[in-house]
Design a protein around this ligand. Structure first.
Ligand code: NAD
Ligand code: TYD
Length: 349
């Protein structure tokens, strides 16, 4: 089986690529990635020489390029993760989210449809999406697969649009699609523009830790390897045409999470208890900041027997250890453009 994984040099994609390359030696795994600021081949250095792995540098917005590679490699299935993924960047540059997340996804759907048109049977087009498409919850309730879409940021609007296109290709052309919508991931290789790795980086360097608004927003955190395991389960055993929600059953208010992280890091770094909490700085809130995300994953758990394998405390501890042991990775991704991003993003907050 030849599987095209898009966005495999990014955070979640690199864990999915590694899992598939190692677990399924008889599959040929092709990783297509543009290598934007968020893509990093160092994430895959341990598997880059495996015989069943091929890296393809390319842009999913380039339809002609996609047609070429689909013709040359005759992919059997696609697992699509490539995306612009950071809400704050989508607020400053919505159009690049439309290009990659919407147009790039439609280009991939077209390429798959063209290649598989005479036999849609033994293929899967698996689209990886986010719980943010459902909008923002109040204090009660959970997102289910039936929750109406209500995206509120340019990022979630672009992901919602791509989800709709994927389902439209199923209904209109019979393309064998699967979709999953997952909550916030955390773990190794997470780019330090997102809350947890940014806080780890700043705590480590004794810099202020920016918490938006009053820190009362709630996210449901899932360890990235548990997301990769869910993707494996859904790809192999999920039903065509279906959507699966994936969540951590693990809701945290941002301020509580950051305080816990400060304490974990104080202990690991041998700092006096309470020292890093002093770095917490409340800054101007994000525009249109969704209050709460919480996922009901009972369909995935009941149908496919998936459940998270680590507790948040275990996952957070492993994550902090990884960042402390991989200083070079962190230094590499925070040199160059990162500094100007950080200044622009946080200077006036
Ligand atoms: P990421 O930003 O870390 O990685 C995205 C990858 O896509 C990068 O390697 C980048 O180089 C690549 N890419 C971007 N534009 C491209 C293009 N035009 N052509 C080819 N490659 C391109 O993102 P992530 O956090 O790993 O998220 C992966 C997917 O999972 C996304 O679709 C995202 O919407 C979804 N998701 C993420 C989370 C989360 O918490 N991070 C949660 C649920 C769903
Ligand atoms: P983030 O990691 O950007 O994920 P998402 O916006 O996709 O949920 O942010 C997680 C939460 O943390 C969100 O409520 C915004 C908040 N946040 C901060 O308080 N400070 C920060 O510096 C960042 C990046 C996020």
């Amino acid at each position: 089986m030849k599987i095209l994984i898009t966005g495999g040099a990014g955070f979640i994609g690199s864990h999915v690529v590694r899992l598939f390359v190692n677990k399924y030696p008889s599959y040929q795994i092709f990783n297509l990635d543009k290598l934007t600021y968020a893509g990093n081949l160092a994430n895959l250095s341990d598997i880059e020489n495996k015989e069943n792995y091929t890296f393809l540098k390319g842009d999913i917005v380039d339809a002609a390029y996609l047609e070429d590679i689909f013709t040359n490699y005759q992919f059997d299935s696609v697992i699509h993760l490539a995306a612009e993924s950071h809400v704050d960047r989508s607020i400053t540059d919505p159009l690049s989210f439309v290009n990659t997340n919407v147009i790039g996804t439609v280009n991939l759907l077209n390429a798959a449809r063209k290649l598989w048109k005479d036999d849609m049977q033994n293929h899967v087009f698996y689209h990886i999406s986010t719980d943010e498409v459902y909008g923002s919850l109040g204090a009660e309730g959970f997102f289910t697969e039936e929750t109406a879409y209500d995206p509120r940021s340019p990022y979630s609007a672009s992901k919602a649009s791509s989800d709709h296109f994927v389902r439209a290709y199923y209904h209109t052309y019979g393309l064998p699609v699967k979709v999953s919508n997952c909550s916030n991931n955390y773990g190794p290789n997470h780019f330090p523009e997102k809350l947890i790795p940014l806080a780890i980086y700043n705590i480590k360097n004794e810099r202020s830790v920016p918490v938006y608004g009053k820190g009362e927003n709630i996210r449901d955190w899932l360890y990235v390897l548990d997301h990769a395991r869910a993707i494996d389960d859904i790809f192999h055993r999920g039903q065509v045409g279906e959507t699966y929600n994936i969540g951590g059953i693990n809701e945290w208010k941002n301020i509580d999470l950051i305080e816990l992280l400060c304490d974990v890091m104080d202990e690991k770094l041998g700092r006096p208890a309470g020292q890093s909490r002093k770095l917490i700085t409340f800054v101007k809130d994000r525009a249109g900041h969704d209050m709460r995300y919480a996922i009901d994953s009972s369909k995935l758990m009941e149908e496919l027997g998936w459940k998270p394998s680590v507790t948040f405390e275990q996952g957070l501890s492993k994550t902090v250890d990884w960042y402390l042991e991989n200083e070079e990775w962190l230094e590499n991704v925070t040199s160059g453009n990162y500094k100007s991003y950080y200044e622009q993003q946080y200077e006036n907050r």
